[in-house]
Design a protein around this ligand. Structure first.
Ligand SMILES: *Cc1c(COP(=O)(O)O)cnc(C)c1O
Length: 427
């Protein structure tokens, strides 16, 4: 199990990514800067595949968690497939060298042209979330002279007990198909001549911190699969059990990957009631990327109020939106270990963006030694960090660096002002 500091530790008093000092990275590439650890991506991926040994399975990294081409390429080289939610992500996955047969095209709102793009490659399958989508996909697939494998996304109505914005498997959520709709489709498969109903998929939410929602969802999915099979008159080939396993940001105790995969084995493995007869697809994003990156930022100003200080850093909500969007917690550490000593004061650590929600931590105890010009690192920002970054306030997006032991590579250069205005005209 990785925690925020597994791959980012103090070495000789300086917070480092694997063997490289973040101070050195910051002086070379500037701040704000995303720094990733290669090992940190590889380890959870291999923990999943090891835990699922003996079970026919495919781990598809959820591209949206961290779509950088170098990250996708490193995972593809390790054998990962990819889970996509747009044609942009499809292009990225292919550009990064992913085997198309390991690609799953998910997403609640694919356009016809996105479908056509997907259909142009021998993808593993499409996950379909509405009857209208199925009708359109069937027609496009037929027009392309294909019979396309789909999994119907089943909304199992389980509460993942996570933040409402990242819960997706409740009846009230926009995602997936209801039981009755799925059975109706299965009974009338011939209405959709361009597709083959070959599986079911679920994805109940993100940052899930206990096994019981998964357990409930797996049971409901198996029951649903049996019902679909009797309506279809033939067995399903695969079940896509989605992503969602939480990681540690602070003091959460998410189930270990080993416990999670043991639950998958128990439900779907050779000794389970379904005797390993389904290929199992997984779509982890955060589990693989969450603790694989940090955002390094420099303190611009520090100002004192009676009962707290404001520490204004050069990273803003445009660079990392999770705290503003989901009230999420990120550990923030001074890069220089000496700055952890000293007297602790209550601080708001905020960005430069003109929004009150541009706040990374409020009333957080922080050392009075951290001064203007010093570096801090926002931990656990490998997933949904750079991926959700924007140019709000006309801020250029950060650079990204991938560290491998004591070597490193710039995997995305810092955006420039020219990048920002490239598609605009003055008239
Ligand atoms: C976002 C998403 C995932 C990944 O979720 P994590 O919580 O990052 O594991 C997987 N599948 C689908 C369909 C998604 O939308």
């Amino acid at each position: 199990m990785s925690d925020p500091l597994t791959y980012f530790q103090y070495r000789n008093g300086i917070l480092s990514a694997e063997e490289l000092s973040l101070e050195e990275m910051a002086s070379q590439f500037g701040t704000p800067l995303y720094v990733y650890s290669k090992e940190a991506f590889k380890n959870p991926f291999h923990a999943i595949t090891t835990g699922l040994a003996g079970l026919n399975h495919l781990v598809c990294f959820a591209v949206k968690a961290n779509p950088n081409l170098s990250i996708l390429s490193l995972l593809a080289k390790e054998g990962a497939g990819m889970d996509l939610v747009s044609s942009g992500e499809l292009k990225r996955a292919l550009r990064a060298g992913t085997d198309p047969q390991k690609i799953v095209f998910s997403g609640v709102g694919k356009s016809a042209s996105e479908m056509d793009e997907g259909l142009a490659h021998p993808l593993h399958s499409f996950n379909v979330e509405s009857v209208s989508e199925l009708r359109l996909l069937s027609a496009r697939s037929r027009a392309a002279g294909k019979k396309t494998r789909v999994a119907l996304r089943f909304n199992p109505d389980v509460d993942p007990k996570t933040h409402p914005y990242i819960s997706t498997g409740l009846k009230k959520n926009k995602f997936g198909l209801q039981r009755a709709e799925i059975l109706e489709i299965a009974r009338n498969q011939k209405l959709y001549p361009g597709i083959e109903v070959a599986g079911l998929s679920i994805h109940i939410g993100s940052q899930i911190l206990s096994l019981s929602p998964f357990s409930d969802a797996f049971l409901k999915t198996k029951k649903m699969a049996a019902d679909v099979e009797s309506s279809l008159g033939k067995p399903l080939q695969f079940l896509d059990i989605g992503g969602g396993l939480g990681v540690r940001y602070r003091n959460e105790k998410p189930p270990t990957i080993a416990k999670y995969t043991a639950l998958v084995q128990k439900n779907f493995g050779s000794k389970s009631d379904v005797r390993g007869r389904y290929r199992i697809l997984l779509e982890p994003g955060r589990t693989i990327a969450g603790n694989a990156g940090v955002l390094v930022s420099r303190v611009l100003f520090r100002k004192s109020r009676k009962n707290k200080d404001f520490i204004i850093i050069d990273a803003g909500m445009n660079d990392l939106i999770r705290p503003a969007l989901y009230q999420s917690y990120h550990e923030i550490l001074p890069v220089n270990e000496d700055h952890r000593k000293g007297k602790s004061r209550k601080c708001d650590i905020v960005g430069p963006v003109c929004e009150s929600s541009d706040c990374f931590a409020s009333d957080r105890p922080f050392s009075d030694r951290v001064a203007e010009g010093d570096l801090v690192a926002l931990l656990s920002t490998g997933a949904y960090g750079m991926s959700m970054a924007s140019q709000y306030n006309s801020r250029t997006r950060p650079a990204e660096v991938l560290v491998d032991g004591s070597s490193y590579r710039l995997i995305r250069r810092r955006e420039t002002f020219e990048d920002l205005i490239r598609d605009e005209v003055v008239r």
